[in-house]
Write a protein that binds this ligand. Structure first.
Ligand SMILES: Nc1nc2c(ncn2[C@@H]2O[C@H](COP(=O)(O)OP(=O)(O)OP(=O)(O)O)[C@@H](O)[C@H]2O)c(=O)[nH]1
Ligand SMILES: [Mg+2]
Length: 360
């Protein structure tokens, strides 16, 4: 029997473990079947993203592996995308497009669907603008057959659709605001889970509030914010699960998901979850980029408890060493190693939540 494994893709990414694992996960979550991989240190060269020699190697690999598509783990300009596609005779999808494809299939609420559409329009407008620029310069007239008039109409249309969607998004935000006001009236502290995609946020959410939301090793399993009541001893909290972070997320996408992430702004306490089973370098990278995103949202790190999840996968002898290495490069008051799937040390986390919320 034939199984549909998705399009056969050749993955082009950076030659380090962190990029490779993340790119594979992105590609698989977007539904591609990886048939080959090529690695290159620089994916931002002007003509093809890679140099001419590497572009030829990619072309050969595509033919050899019979790939239908190239997944390029970097943001490409339309001209680079076109050059590489023409050389290799297959479509090229860049990192941004891959992320958009995943968002499109995972968005389930009104709000996240609007956000995804807005991000898609943003992606399109950048490309239409570059096409008209290149057309004016007389570059690649065949490909950029779009006349100035057509392009202007296209841009106007994108702007019109954007403003309609922004109005709809405002309405959704108003609904969210109402919930917030209700919460304030009830005076219930809000705790938000945040961190990299696949760190185990939803697994911890499910454990704490006895839910059954989807969890999986794929990236971006959760695209929608959920809030549930949480009781620790006699005290009532609200717990929110949010969309995960990913490295090199273009700023406009953070912008697009701002209203979902804005839950974080209203949280009294933030549980920043990291996968403690990764090596210290990987954890450090993710921690730094999480802190960057939080500061872009004007959230002070002092509001965070660092939750080091998946400690069941770390050797006992390594735990202390890893903890002290982490302490040496970030000054966060509280770090708690836990295992959300094994319910290990989760009680310490709950005690800390109680202490923190009373001290605030
Ligand atoms: N070994 C181990 N695996 C865990 C633990 N917690 C979660 N996982 C696994 O890690 C994977 C990701 O978990 P999720 O809870 O879906 O992660 P998430 O942070 O919600 O991910 P996104 O929704 O994609 O942002 C799943 O396969 C979980 O089973 C843990 O404590 N130990
Ligand atoms: Mg999740």
């Amino acid at each position: 029997m034939q199984y549909d494994l998705g399009k056969k893709a050749l993955l082009v990414t950076y030659p380090n473990k962190f990029s490779i694992l993340e790119a594979r996960s992105l590609a698989e979550t977007a539904g591609y079947h990886i048939v080959g991989e090529e690695f290159q240190k620089n994916l931002t060269r002007s003509r093809f993203g890679v140099g001419k020699g590497k572009a030829e190697t990619i072309k050969e690999a595509v033919a050899q592996r019979n790939a239908d598509i190239i997944l390029f783990d970097e943001v490409l300009k339309p001209s680079q995308q076109y050059n590489l596609a023409r050389l290799c005779k297959v479509d090229v999808i860049d990192r941004e497009k891959m992320i958009l494809e995943i968002f499109t299939t995972h968005a389930v609420t009104n709000e996240s669907r609007i956000q995804v559409k807005l991000a898609q329009l943003k992606y399109d407008i950048v490309r239409v603008k570059e096409k008209t620029r290149s057309a004016k310069l007389g570059e690649q007239p065949g490909f950029y057959g779009l006349g100035k008039y057509d392009a202007d109409i296209h841009i106007l249309d994108i702007k019109r659709r954007t403003s309609i969607l922004l109005k709809k998004l405002k309405q959704e935000e108003k609904k969210r605001e109402l919930h917030r006001i209700q919460r304030l009236v009830q005076d219930t502290p809000l705790i938000a889970l945040t961190g990299y995609t696949s760190a185990g946020k939803t697994t911890l959410f499910n454990l704490l509030v006895e839910e059954k939301k989807d969890t999986s090793p794929n990236v971006f399993t959760t695209l929608t914010t959920y809030t549930r009541s949480l009781h620790i001893k006699e005290k009532k909290f609200l717990l929110t699960d949010t969309i995960g972070f990913i490295s090199k997320l273009p700023p406009y996408m953070i912008q697009a998901f701002r209203s979902t992430l804005s839950e974080l702004n209203y949280a009294n306490l933030i549980l920043l979850i990291l996968d403690f089973s990764e090596d210290v370098q990987g954890i450090r990278k993710k921690l730094i980029s999480s802190i960057k995103i939080l500061s872009a949202l004007q959230i002070p790190i002092s509001k965070c408890i660092l939750v080091l999840n998946k400690v069941d996968m770390v050797l006992n002898t390594e735990i202390e060493d890893k903890l002290s290495q982490l302490r040496s490069f970030v000054s966060i008051n509280h770090m708690v190693p836990i295992s959300a799937s094994n319910n290990y040390n989760v009680q310490s986390l709950k005690n800390l939540i109680l202490d923190e919320s009373f001290s605030n």
